[in-house]
Design a protein around this ligand. Structure first.
Ligand code: ATP
Ligand code: MG
Length: 1030
């Protein structure tokens, strides 16, 4: 399942640095494997997959790939698109667990110093960050995280291979509830390397806790424990000659451990006892035995170290002394004390130290478990982390290596079982015929080691129990007897000539699945027995130190039964572990050491080749690739490669399996290269996939260009559509706004019109709200119009604009005002001359208006002061008249009395009289006093008759004159003579009297031509034309 996921990422990164997944390696040779690993390691890519298995190469330098950002990148992401990482594996396990509600374990294996513990810490940290958190969950999380420094203090030590080497195997269950919250944890520990308590190789150290206590412990604590800070004072710490080392800060670690102890619920009293035990071990190491006279081990009762030990372990000093120097043999009723030799006493002392330390370690694990225990009964799923020693091959391999390698043999068996099972299950589920996979089944080796009665462990146990002188060598003999011709067992004695050379006499060799390992039997029996005499055990069971008491008494419930040997204990714990693991889905991390000297960036090919072999990586790869290297759900496969076949691109509408079939046929897959399962396609060789991937790569470029173009078009279209939509929207809004405006305008107009109509209808009423505006409008309108249509002259009486009724009064006032204004203006504009003129004209009008037909035409013609200039008047006449001021003169035609002959005459008016002048003669003088009347006709003629009284009969009498300037003449004359009242306008005829009693008349009539002639009756007939109507 997850294998598939990884591949996609591997395919993508194929051309980057090496191959991310070995399953896709074209060649399965070790050389190809190594070369790929190296290529990646050189680029600091320390992780590579073999399917779900993660291969990790220790870089020996801090890489910036474990930060929060990286965690976020991998969190919940389909990791097949991301480069291999421990977080990817952790995350994948976590999400599979949640999705399938199943249990999982992550097996981390590798040589000492390869990075197993670091890997398990990284996983824990990842879960601590990525899992949901609450206050409660956080305490569980803290406990899990803090259990590490405590267990490392007590279970880790500096070795030649690793400054922080775990000297025990550890399996930690993290329990999750259905929400994915980490709610509890449980730790199983395996095979603590107790021998380290009493012995360290040169350059190695005892467990960290001793140094931490001495370097970091507070003064009063050390005082209470009877310790000083100098490590050299403790023989258990001096053998390795390596108390301090630069990579470890014991002082700081001490603080961390003390803090961590609190987090895991260890109270002050427990801590007090715990440190007492640590100190007691140091004191115990300093207990020395002196041989007494008989060569027996002697120990002074006053021995200070003895007292410290008894004190700290809470046991009686005497009993302790006895236990360290005598063995108590129980006969039927009696107890016999058998003294030890000094050497044996040292052995017993060391055994006690190891036992005390070992039990305390177990107590610690139990305490941690109790504090992390989840009490909620609902069902939980777990992810187990197994940090366990990988295959170990040294120059000299002993009992420990035997156990460790046996453990790896078991785990390999488990792996094969689980992997093959998973493969087989998948094939079955997919309806694909199971093809037997060629792999080495290591059951035969497991049996060789663990089989009841026949296996090496059984034989070892038997030898340990056998009465008599059993030794390591007798054990080897028994092995040789029993194993005889077992194909995986060789000893010096059994070997053929060629092999024998490579074996010592005390050696036997096992052909493990990972390779051959030669074990030296020396120490096997002892280490397997791990003997602690009963009297000491009893003593410990009654210790006042509760930790000691508890851990010893619970270990040995049945004191009469022989305790289980170390190998058997280990075997049972492995069985138990196998049981735990077999029910879970497996994930693997294989850690490799890049070099022995811990140099960053150095890739030691020989060393790595060795590890590849002993970690069984090639085996693993082969199993993984046994059937089909690649499998993928149809949908996913089709989705990725559909572009490669015209029938499936861009969409395949039918069943995905049919689409895939179409696709692979189009690509020309041979029938034996692939199989069609129920839901997946299986591809046998990576090269087939690569060919497909290469084609895809090529096609991708073309597609990319096409897609780009399409996308650009799409974007442009989208943009256009967006703009269009925006435009429409704006338009709609604009139109809406306009429409609203229009509507408002109309509403306003309706209102105004209504108001107008109402106003109009009530216009006659007094001003009320309804008509006030209308009236105002009417007023304004009228005044405005009036302004533009005012009469321009005083005479214009017709143009005054008719006012509306409301303004009738105002209009009248205005009209008057306006006329007065015009009059005033007019009057102001009148000169004295004009005034005189007007006065004259006024007089003329009073005399003629409406009476004489030609009057209207004359009105417009101004009167002249005189019609004849002085120059035109004869000088003599002027002389004659010199005393008189000439007021007016005008040329006239005189009709004489005899036949009305016409003669031109100048008529000159002075103050006193009117003179008729012909050239130099004054022909007639008419005194105004004699002037009785002035008559004119009512027609258009210009005849004037002056009626004169004759004082004297010689006087000439009335004068008939014709004058062009009739009105002027008559007016002036009437004024000068003050005779307005005698001016007459007569109709028909005017009587004239030339001589006394002799009357004549001028008769007037109208006709087409103006003429004047003497009629038969002697009258002057004047014919006038009709005045043209004006
Ligand atoms: N991923 C890593 N990045 C950087 N350094 C690492 C990494 N893994 C391990 N190391 C370095 O290698 C050292 C040894 O690692 P670790 O203690 O995990 O080894 P181990 O496999 O647990 O060994 P042992 O079997 O002895 O316990 C670490 O102290 C650290 O310095
Ligand atoms: Mg470790």
């Amino acid at each position: 399942m997850q294998v598939e996921m990884d591949m996609e990422g591997a395919l993508n990164a194929r051309n980057q640095v090496g191959i991310q997944d070995f399953v896709l390696l074209d060649e399965t040779s070790e050389a190809a494997f190594l070369s790929n690993l190296k290529k990646r390691f050189c680029k600091d890519l320390i992780y590579t997959y073999i399917g779900t298995l993660l291969v990790s190469v220790n870089p020996y330098k801090e890489l910036d790939i474990y930060n929060k950002k990286q965690m976020d990148v991998y969190m919940g992401v389909n990791f097949f698109e991301l480069p291999p990482h421990i977080y990817a594996l952790a995350d994948n396990a976590y999400h599979t667990m949640l999705a399938e509600f199943s249990n999982h374990f992550i097996l981390i294996s590798g040589e000492s110093g390869a990075g197993k513990t670091e890997a398990s810490k990284k996983i824990l940290q990842y879960y601590a960050v990525s899992c949901p958190s609450t206050a409660l969950l956080n305490t569980v999380r803290d406990k899990m995280l803090m259990s590490n420094p405590v267990l490392e203090a007590f279970g880790n030590a500096k070795t030649l291979k690793n400054d922080n080497s775990s000297r025990f195997g550890k399996y930690m269950d993290i329990q999750f509830d259905s929400e994915g919250d980490a709610v509890g944890g449980h730790i199983l520990n395996f095979l603590l390397e107790k021998s380290r308590v009493v012995h360290q190789n040169h350059g190695e150290r005892n467990f960290h806790v001793f140094y931490q206590l001495l370097h970091g412990g507070e003064e009063d604590l050390l005082h209470r424990l009877g310790l000083d800070r100098n490590c050299r004072h403790y023989s258990y710490l001096t053998q390795g000659e390596c108390a301090a080392m630069p990579s470890v800060n014991d002082k700081n670690d001490w603080k961390t451990v003390k803090n961590a102890l609190q987090v895991i619920d260890t109270d002050a009293i427990d801590a007090h006892h715990l440190f007492g035990i640590v100190a007691s071990v140091l004191h115990l190491g300093n207990v020395k035995f002196e041989p007494d006279g008989k060569g027996h081990a002697g120990l002074n009762e006053k021995n200070a170290e003895l007292h410290w030990v008894s004190n700290l372990l809470g046991v009686d000093a005497n009993s302790l002394k006895e236990g360290l120097t005598f063995r108590k043999i129980e006969a039927k009723t009696d107890q016999v004390l058998s003294p030890f030799s000094p050497d044996h006493a040292v052995y017993v002392r060391d055994a006690l130290a190891k036992a005390v330390y070992g039990h305390t370690f177990t107590w610690l694990v139990n305490t941690i478990n109790a504090s992390m225990e989840n009490t909620d009964p609902s069902k939980k799923t777990v992810i187990g982390l197994l940090d366990i020693y990988g295959f170990e091959v040294f120059n000299i391999n002993s009992f420990e290596q035997f156990c460790i390698n046996y453990c790896n043999e078991k785990l390999q068996q488990l792996f094969i079982q689980l992997t093959l099972k998973a493969e087989q299950e998948e094939y079955e589920a997919e309806d694909i015929e199971w093809e037997p996979v060629q792999f080495f089944n290591n059951k035969i080796i497991c049996d060789l080691v663990e089989e009841r009665h026949r296996g090496i462990i059984s034989i070892l146990d038997e030898e340990c129990l056998r009465p008599g002188e059993a030794t390591d060598l007798t054990f080897l003999e028994r092995l040789e007897e029993k194993m005889g011709n077992h194909p995986h067992f060789v000893s010096h004695k059994l070997a053929d000539k060629k092999t024998r050379g490579t074996l010592e006499r005390g050696d036997f060799r096992l052909l493990h699945y990972a390779g051959e390992v030669t074990y030296c039997v020396v120490g096997f029996l002892d280490k397997n027995n791990d003997l602690l005499y009963k009297n000491i055990k009893d003593l410990m069971c009654h210790s006042k130190n509760p930790i000691v008491r508890q851990s010893f008494s619970c270990m040995e419930p049945d004191s009469r039964r022989r305790p289980e040997t170390v190998a058997t204990q280990f075997k049972s714990s492995l069985m138990k572990l196998t049981e735990i693991l077999v029910a879970k889905d497996a994930w693997y991390i294989r850690c490799l050491k890049s070099n022995e000297s811990r140099t960053p960036g150095q890739f030691d090919e020989a060393l790595i080749r060795h590890q590849i072999k002993y970690l069984g990586l090639m085996q693993h790869l082969r199993v993984r690739r046994a059937g089909f290297a690649y499998r993928r759900k149809y949908e996913v496969f089709l989705q990725r490669y559909k572009a490669l076949c015209p029938a499936t691109w861009p969409h395949w509408r039918g069943d995905a399996a049919d689409g895939v079939l179409m696709l692979v046929q189009h690509l020309g897959y041979f029938p034996n290269e692939y199989k069609m399962g129920r839901t997946k396609i299986f591809i046998r060789h990576p090269r087939t996939l690569y060919a497909t991937e290469d084609a895809f790569e090529k096609c991708k470029h073309q597609l990319a260009t096409r897609l780009q173009a399409k996308y650009k078009g799409y974007r442009a279209k989208g943009e256009f559509r967006k703009q269009k939509e925006a435009a429409t929207k704006i338009e709609t809004c604009w139109r809406g706004a306009q429409a609203r405006k229009e509507r408002d305008k109309r509403a306003w107009a309706v209102k105004v019109i209504k108001q107008f109509i109402k106003g109009y209808m009530t216009r006659g009423q007094a001003k009320v709200t309804d008509n006030s505006e209308y009236l105002a409008f009417v007023r304004q309108n009228y005044l405005n119009r009036l302004k533009d249509n005012l009469p321009e002259t005083v005479l214009d009486k017709s143009t005054w604009l008719a006012p509306p009724s409301v303004l009738a009064e105002t209009s009248e006032l205005l009209r008057k005002l306006h006329y007065r204004l015009m009059v005033r203006k007019y009057v102001r504009g009148i000169t004295p001359q004009k005034k005189t003129q007007l006065q004259l004209k006024f007089i003329a009008s009073s005399m003629f208006m409406g009476k004489k037909e030609s009057y209207p035409q004359s009105v417009a013609q101004p009167f002249a002061d005189s019609r004849i200039s002085d120059e035109d008047i004869n000088a003599r006449v002027l002389q004659m008249l010199h005393s008189e001021h000439i007021k007016y003169s005008v040329p006239t035609i005189k009709y004489n009395r005899n036949g009305f002959k016409t003669r031109p005459r100048q008529l000159i008016l002075t103050q006193a009289a009117a003179y008729m002048v012909e050239e130099a003669k004054i022909k007639q003088t008419i005194l105004y006093t004699a002037l009785q009347g002035i008559s004119v006709s009512n027609l258009t003629d210009s005849i004037v008759v002056l009626h004169v009284t004759r004082e004297d009969p010689k006087d000439k009498g009335d004068l008939v004159l014709q004058c062009k300037h009739l009105f002027e003449l008559v007016t002036k004359l009437s004024i000068v003579a003050n005779k307005q009242n005698v001016v007459r306008v007569l109709q028909g005829s005017i009587k004239v009297e030339f001589q006394a009693g002799k009357e004549s008349a001028v008769e007037f009539s109208t006709g087409p031509e103006p003429t004047a002639y003497k009629a038969k009756n002697g009258h002057l007939m004047v014919v006038a034309t009709r005045a043209r109507p004006r």
